[in-house]
Design a protein around this ligand. Structure first.
Ligand code: SF4
Ligand code: SF4
Length: 339
């Protein structure tokens, strides 16, 4: 039976999104990496292990996601995976654009890495390569097939925008053919490269999907994918008038770690010096105020404060000036699975 549920925020487990470098071989149009805010450095293994230890100290179960840039460009990624496994991280995921540098698949084992998470932004070569770069579709598909053949679990992320949402209904058969274990829809936002400069900003605002495009496309396609036995997760985005708003910054335990030492609790704050924590001498300490933690306290009728500040075009108001809906925390997800 197909079931959909909203995934409640949990304080009993931590998610650590660890960007070990910001270098990448691709230049995707909507890349959220912002080297001015996140650093351009590649963390040495000694620093990666010290920062992993800082997160390993608490008693929560911990999910670790290695990210970049392209994390497989880091030659010490296998050693970092092994170190994290020995520290007791509950699950370890490697996010990749599919190029799988340094022969990573032969240097880690399925028992060490819970999942390789690939990114495609089109169900066709033409659409994906227009967004992510020539050759990236074929390389990613080949990478997924190779990872599967070597026994790794795989997931796929598709960032929906006005330029690819019309291909979403071609995804179910592609995912089935690839044998993908989990699938994630993301929604494009005004972050990183997308948000830079007025010209780019206008272009990206055109890339954003409307409420009706999102609601008419994503949940039905997610359901069709789930019918193939693939668990699908997608952001809730829009809250009805009766639905409860919560800010993950107050009620969940997420850490977005960047190579310049900044640690954010909210992805929408990552374009600004609003990080609430920072690594100093490999110790994780609170950052100076004002920072994102002050914003989390604000209670506004539109829901997410950062959404209203950086991408207010997705809001709409009735004749009395009241918001017609709230924007959910970007970390609030719907999950649909075939039980
Ligand atoms: S979105 Fe990922 S793969 Fe694309 S340029 Fe940015 S870091 Fe690289
Ligand atoms: S996206 Fe909005 S609601 Fe979620 S953590 Fe950030 S500020 Fe809070």
């Amino acid at each position: 039976m197909i079931r959909t549920k909203t995934v409640a925020f949990s304080k009993n487990s931590s998610n650590i999104f660890f960007h070990i470098l910001t270098k990448c071989n691709l230049k995707c149009r909507h890349c959220y990496i912002n080297p001015g805010q996140h650093g351009k450095n590649t963390l040495p293994l000694s620093v990666i292990t010290a920062w992993l230890e800082a997160f390993a100290r608490d008693s929560h179960s911990k999910n670790l996601i290695f990210l970049g840039g392209e994390p497989t460009l880091h030659p010490d990624l296998p050693a970092a995976v092994e170190y994290a496994r020995n520290l007791g991280f509950g699950s370890i995921t490697i996010d990749t654009n599919g190029y799988l540098f340094h022969d990573i698949l032969s240097k880690v084992k399925p028992g060490e890495v819970d999942c390789f998470s690939f990114s495609l932004d089109g169900a066709s070569r033409e659409t994906n390569d227009r967004i992510r770069g020539e050759g990236s579709f074929d390389t990613c598909i080949a990478g997924i097939r190779k990872a599967k053949s070597m026994g790794f679990a795989t997931s796929l992320i598709f960032t929906a925008s006005s330029t690819n949402i019309q291909e979403a209904d071609r995804l179910p058969f592609l995912l089935k053919d690839l044998g993908i274990d989990r699938f994630f829809f993301q929604i494009i936002g005004l972050r990183g490269r997308s948000a830079k400069g007025n010209q780019n900003r206008n272009r990206c605002q055109k890339l954003q999907v409307t409420k009706s495009q999102w609601l008419n496309t994503i949940p039905p396609v997610a359901r069709r994918i789930a019918e193939f036995g693939i668990t699908v997760t997608y952001p809730k985005v829009f809250l009805g008038r009766g639905e409860n708003f919560e800010c993950a910054g107050l009620v969940a335990d997420n850490y977005f770690v960047f190579p310049n030492g900044r640690v954010y609790r909210c992805p929408l704050c990552e374009d600004f010096a609003l990080h609430s924590l920072i690594f100093k001498n490999n110790r994780l300490v609170p950052a100076e105020k004002l920072n994102e933690s002050n914003l989390f306290q604000l209670n506004i009728a539109e829901g997410c404060v950062m959404n209203k500040l950086i991408q207010p075009d997705n809001l709409s108001y009735d004749g009395a000036g009241e918001p017609e809906y709230k924007i959910a925390c970007c970390l609030l997800k719907e999950e649909i699975r075939n039980d």
